[in-house]
Design a protein. Structure first.
Length: 318
């Protein structure tokens, strides 16, 4: 029979093991937060009781956003390896999705497959059902010009960009479509203006970006800086060797293509490629810094639409 001291030591060991296991669970964001309490059930024997109870929503501890994002990227590239989002087209203006792409489980249907006549140049990402994010310095054709999207059933959907308008003194250009897009296409949410407050000492979280070749690439969030009179995001090569394999430097022609991250298994927009910045970095427009201005621009093109800011209330603020 165990002595009181031996029982306390054993209980303490079990408690430590549960705390360690729960810390891992919280970082992975795959299970509900478990509450561990110690209650004295027998004052004479000194025995303790360990209770593990799943907290209600109101009492659940908030998650660390950096860990949440990092784990998702690492999990995805562990399962699939290819970069190409789309395969070579089966017929003109139809590019079936690549089922071996590492980002295949992320809904990227709101990211355009092609802009006529630029091809992959100029990007094009849905920010409302009727508006796309473009790049002001890209030489798009005079409106109207065609933009193609591919849904998850590999169906091509074509729309016309009928008007464009620049946002303030930035490289952000908003394009208005001739009609609302089909419900099979994903409108991208954007990070809120205060998103940096959700990161502690490190804000170099992984980014999902693409280029004129429609590859799913991985970079790292860098400093937010002012360049040519506007606020932009520095995108670096990841310091993590596994993620760094999915980095490719930005080159001429990549402008306007998507710069985003992954939160709760959904792509969340930061901006679009703007310009190169050294050999292994680049600058992207920073939509969170211009949410009011972007919404005003959208309203001036067509009323009743605005950006959807992602809900970060389940994550810690610092």
């Amino acid at each position: 029979m165990m002595t009181t001291l031996e029982q306390l030591v054993a209980d303490h060991t079990i408690l430590i093991q549960k705390i360690i296991a729960e810390a891992k669970n919280e970082a992975l964001n795959d299970v509900p937060k478990t509450k561990i309490t110690i209650t004295n059930t027998n004052s004479t024997s000194g025995q303790t009781k360990l209770d593990t109870n799943t907290n209600s929503t109101s009492g659940q501890a908030k998650l660390d956003l950096f860990s949440h994002i990092s784990y998702k990227f690492d999990d995805l590239i562990d399962k699939n390896k290819e970069k190409n989002i789309l395969t070579p087209y089966a017929n003109p203006y139809n590019w079936p999705r690549n089922t071996n792409c590492w980002a295949k489980s992320i809904d990227l249907t709101g990211y355009a497959a092609c802009i006529v006549p630029l091809g992959g140049v100029g990007g094009g990402t849905l920010i409302t059902k009727k508006h796309v994010l473009l790049s002001n310095h890209v030489p798009y054709s005079n409106s109207p010009f065609m933009i193609f999207f591919i849904n998850n059933n590999n169906v091509s959907l074509v729309y016309n960009v009928i008007k464009t308008k620049r946002v303030a003194n930035t490289d952000i250009l908003i394009g208005e479509l001739d009609k609302e897009v089909d419900s099979s296409l994903k409108v991208c949410s954007v990070l809120p203006a205060n998103y940096i407050k959700y990161f502690d000492k490190q804000s170099n979280f992984p980014l999902l970006y693409s280029d004129q070749e429609r590859k799913a690439l991985i970079g790292e969030h860098g400093l937010i800086n002012t360049t040519y009179g506007s606020t932009n995001t520095l995108i670096n090569m990841s310091k993590d060797p596994n993620r760094a394999q999915y980095f490719e430097p930005v080159i001429g022609g990549d402008s306007g293509n998507i710069v985003s991250t992954i939160i709760n298994n959904e792509v969340v927009l930061i901006g679009a490629w703007y310009m190169t910045f050294g050999a292994m970095a680049g600058l992207g427009t920073n939509i969170p810094s211009y949410i009011t201005e972007v919404n005003n621009t959208i309203s001036s093109l067509s009323s009743g639409y605005k950006l959807n800011e992602v809900d970060l209330s389940g994550f810690k603020m610092y």
